[in-house]
Design a protein around this ligand. Structure first.
Ligand code: TXA
Ligand code: MG
Length: 356
């Protein structure tokens, strides 16, 4: 067991103490240790991306299979040529438009990137996050921080340092607590080694936004369909695992709002009569309609950002409250809704009741 230090490091506090903490965190990374840090999407579990031992330690701390490659986080464009063997025009355009920010690009890797970091692949996933703590930490760490989401395998990505601590206490050297993250779901991943470029994981940067910059962009079919339904494995190795499955059985109900609330209430009544503890993930507009043991608002239907922001925390809360059945409203597969539905579908093992 390690003695995991929890360090508060909020934005704005640009004093000497903050700089010293970031230096300390960077030193841990340069010496081969692990530090969790806030990004604008979710908390990351960082190690030196160019050190194979660090990547091995990350897999161990997460309890994650080592064929699941890590994203390399950089703090400026000058860092890119050392890890990407080819930087196509499309990558430069996307960097101009979305970096620093919640976009990860898949590019051919150089020899500097160990296969331990890329899970044996000849490509590397690269992202320049926009969170000021993340950027400062990456700089102090030598410029290349490999970081998966800072949850243990099978838990939702952490949106609060307290969730990181729940999963990682005793397993890593330090947690930088930067408060609650802004976006709440992981970055969009786009593969630039294929034509047309392909979205492997939807996120805050939507297909529509990417197409404005690049023209045609494809979406991996496995983003919205189960592996069984489309007969192929996701191209992002990590997407094949059933992440963030809540302890309770999760069912997504799609349809007109009145039909959805009526259906969920009748199923919930049956389940509760059978002794289940039932949770509902509903939108603010219809929340009062639900009758279940625990009803949680995931945000407003008019504001998908609010939904992305609270989804993972709600899944963790349902685990804490030991609900055994969860019903969730469904969302549109357009814009940010695609990322929300993708995460919900995975959490539900694609268990959907479609009333349309
Ligand atoms: O927002 C995020 O991206 C967060 C923060 C910490 O930056 N990170 C994150 O990392 O979500 P992780 O490891 O939980 O998810 C990375 C995903 C996995 O599904 C992995 O398979 C995929 O990226 N990936 C990484 N390298 C890849 C590659 N070379 N080719 C295809 N997929 C890759
Ligand atoms: Mg993850």
């Amino acid at each position: 067991m390690k003695d995991t230090k929890l360090i508060q490091i909020m934005d704005g506090e640009d004093d000497g103490a903050r700089a010293e903490m970031l230096q300390k965190a960077g030193q841990i990374i340069r010496e081969g240790g692990l530090v969790a840090f806030p990004t604008e999407t979710v908390y990351g579990l960082g190690g030196d991306a160019l050190n194979p031992d660090s990547s091995r330690k990350i897999y161990e701390a997460k309890g994650r299979p080592s064929d699941n490659p890590l994203i390399v986080h950089i703090a400026n464009m000058k860092a890119l040529p050392r890890i990407a063997a080819d930087i196509p025009e499309a990558a430069r355009k996307l960097a101009d438009a979305f970096w620093p920010g919640p976009l990860t690009m898949i590019l051919p890797k150089t020899e500097a990137v160990p296969y331990e970091t890329t899970g044996g692949l000849d490509t590397v996933a690269v992202r320049m996050p926009s969170h000021p703590v993340a950027l400062a930490f990456i700089r102090e760490s030598g410029g290349y921080v490999a970081a998966p989401s800072a949850n243990t395998s099978g838990k939702p990505s952490p949106t609060l340092a307290a969730y990181v601590a729940e999963d990682m206490n005793g397993r890593i050297d330090m947690i930088l607590d930067g408060g609650q993250v802004g976006i709440g779901i992981e970055s969009t991943i786009i593969d630039l080694t294929v034509t047309p470029p392909q979205i492997l994981r939807p996120g805050y940067v939507t297909r529509e936004m990417l197409e404005k910059v690049l023209g045609e962009v494809a979406v991996d079919v496995t983003v919205m369909k189960s592996q069984e339904d489309c007969g192929q494995a996701p191209k992002a190795p990590g997407m094949k695992y059933r992440h963030y499955a809540p302890a309770g059985e999760l069912v997504i109900v799609q349809g007109q709002p009145e039909a959805v609330t009526a259906y969920i209430n009748s199923r919930a009544a049956e389940d509760m009569a059978a002794g289940e503890k039932v949770g509902v993930i509903g939108t603010a507009e219809v929340l009062d309609e639900y009758r279940a043991n625990v009803v949680k608002s995931v945000g407003s239907r008019m504001d998908e950002e609010s939904i992305a922001h609270s989804l993972y925390a709600i899944l963790r809360e349902f685990d804490d409250e030991k609900v055994t059945r969860i019903y969730s409203e469904g969302f549109s597969a357009e814009g940010l809704g695609q990322a929300i539905m993708n995460r919900l579908l995975k959490a539900a093992g694609h268990h959907v009741v479609d009333l349309t």
